[in-house]
Design a protein around this ligand. Structure first.
Ligand SMILES: [Zn+2]
Length: 285
């Protein structure tokens, strides 16, 4: 029986420079057990959600997955699938992807990004507003927690929260944004607590990765190459991750690469992953 498991929680649009002044105890808990490190979106990648999330979950660059914006038409996910799809299709693992951003989960706007995980849960925001997205993210957290706590047969999961980004777009990076980021941390905590309630938790070895895709300008909005926009971050902990400083040169593509590694799966060279496991990234090649 495989005891290794992986959970990736994606929180859209959380600025690294604001984290120290926010109350995010659950993210801090992951960082303290492993690391929290800066990721710079590479120059070839548009600083938009679509391309960044596609790189995070496929482990390959935009030139390969072909998602250049927030419409996903023309993608090459058949060749470069997300990790929940590949693990299910090629490795017999049971996987979950859940969230509320349409092109990630539905065959709309050129999607879905998650083409065929074992379980797929899409919960539509009731309105494209900060409030609508907060309700959506809460429903996502509730459903993710329910599945994670009760379904033994689950090896890998991706959970997406979008309200922080939506709040920045509507209201800028002020008090509402900070509050939304702190709420996202409570939802992260809800999901982490659900893991610990799993019937088999004592025998399982979970790796947890928390990641954001891009930052925001003070007034809200991204795109371009300003420092607060190109700066993203990854926090992770797990059996292969020593607590301490973040690996040097962290990249978004490392998330999927580490997901395979954490499950004991060596990438096939034909996958041509552009990322590498976090522990390998610590060792200069
Ligand atoms: Zn985004």
């Amino acid at each position: 029986m495989n005891t290794r498991r992986i959970l990736v929680v994606g929180i859209d649009g959380v600025r690294l420079d604001l984290l120290p002044s926010l109350h995010t105890p659950r993210l801090d808990e992951v960082a303290a057990a492993g690391f929290l490190g800066r990721v710079e979106i590479d120059a070839a990648t548009p600083t938009m959600s679509g391309p960044c999330w596609a790189t995070i979950v496929t482990g390959v660059s935009v030139a390969k997955h072909g998602i250049w914006g927030n419409r996903f038409d023309g993608h090459r996910l058949d060749v470069f699938p997300d990790f929940t799809t590949r693990l299910a299709a090629e490795h017999g693992r049971r996987t979950l992807a859940i969230g509320g951003w349409t092109p990630m989960f539905l065959a709309r706007e050129g999607g879905p990004l998650f083409t065929a995980p074992s379980r797929l849960s899409y919960i539509a925001p009731t309105a494209d507003t900060p409030e609508g997205w907060e309700d959506c993210d809460q429903a996502v957290a509730d459903e993710a927690a329910r599945v994670l706590a009760t379904i033994p047969d689950l090896d890998a999961a991706f959970v997406y929260f979008g309200a922080v980004d939506e709040t920045a777009h509507f209201l800028g990076c002020g008090p509402e944004y900070r509050s939304s980021a702190e709420t996202a941390d409570r939802r992260l905590g809800q999901v982490l607590d659900a893991l610990r309630r799993r019937p088999g938790y004592a025998e399982e070895e979970w790796t947890v990765i928390v990641v954001t895709d891009h930052g925001h300008r003070d007034e809200g909005g991204h795109g371009g190459r300003s420092e607060e926009v190109v700066t993203a971050w990854i926090a992770a902990c797990g059996p292969d991750i020593p607590a301490g400083p973040a690996p040097a040169g962290l990249r978004h593509a490392d998330v999927a690469a580490h997901a395979y590694s954490a499950l004991g799966i060596a990438p096939d060279p034909h996958w041509s992953l552009d990322g590498q496991p976090f522990t390998a990234a610590a060792v200069p090649a």
